[in-house]
Design a protein around this ligand. Sequence first.
Ligand code: SF4
Length: 174
Amino acid sequence: MLRDKIINAINEVGFDEYQEISSVDINFADAVFASCKTNTCGNYGQNYSCPPLSGDMDANKQRFLKYDHAIILNKIMFLGEYYEKMETSTMEVLALLDQLRDKLEADPVMIAGPGGCNLCPECAAKTVENCRFPEKKRYSLEGSGIDIVAMSRKLGMTYNAGDKKVGFFMMVLY
Ligand code: SF4
């Protein structure tokens, strides 16, 4: 059963929390989608998994809602006394997501995470070439207009763990 395989893979890779929901309960918010335009992450218009290249809100909803189920994952990371570990923590989380993607490569799942797709050292969008791996592209939760912070609170998951530790959220859809 696919659900059991995904849960096994989640446990093998090692995340701190997960919650299972129906995809119809994903919280899409226009304000989250719009915030990408002024975000300083540098991915707006520079990554195929982020706005505006990833499509409008309708396209984002369709992309997620074609799956029935979603599993929200959380990995709690220490950001450093002066938040100096922000980048390395993000890279560590994305490495976990890559491990999960490898384990589920042959399965009909979609994995979304924090920030833009990092499959290539530099996204082809930056040089106006076609996406190199459209089937493997990893979409951004926030860039898809998903209010993952509100969802995590509602689900009782840990966003602010105190002592400079925060939750990084990801999602597996199947
Ligand atoms: S697979 Fe490569 S080219 Fe495609 S969105 Fe990801 S980083 Fe960009």
